[in-house]
Design a protein around this ligand. Sequence first.
Ligand code: SAM
Length: 167
Amino acid sequence: MTVEVLRLGHRPIRDKRITTHIGLVARAFGADKMLLPERDENIEKSVCSLVENWGGDFSIDIVGDWKSYIRGFKGTVVHLTMYGMPVDEAIGDVTGDVLVVVGSEKVPRFVFDNADYNISIGNQPHSEVSALAIFLDRFFDGAGLKRDFGGKLKIEPSTSSKIVKSE
Ligand code: SAM
């Protein structure tokens, strides 16, 4: 089973940090890759250097024609939107390989019509980063956070200090 996250509407200057954070959250919460419609070397560099140090197989792919990618996806397409069905009602139906679509500003109607599930994380507007984190946490039932990434750097949890071990 694989989980891919398609980030739509990325504006290279304005959304640099948010799109990077989508990549970081996707990886940390258990997804396998982030897909972008167009190349953005800054984002690829920051996410790849994090993977280099902290481990795992997370990658970024460029899909180009994202509509064809959604249409051709062999698995379940989930669109996270404040207008969708409550996550706790829908999550049990989401199985197999999953493509999670998150937007930025206005998401084209095409996405609502071509997703298998339009899912909301509450019906208030918030952020694609928080929506993705909560969706993945529910989908993996908390297990995404407990994975061992096998990285060069590892944190030893502590009540009072920063302990980072490097291999
Ligand atoms: N009108 C948008 C919508 O359809 O959810 C809100 C725009 S919001 C700035 C950008 C992205 O955050 C959305 O495309 C969606 O992926 C995500 N998002 C924001 N609030 C959400 C919520 N309550 N539930 C699920 N996703 C949400």
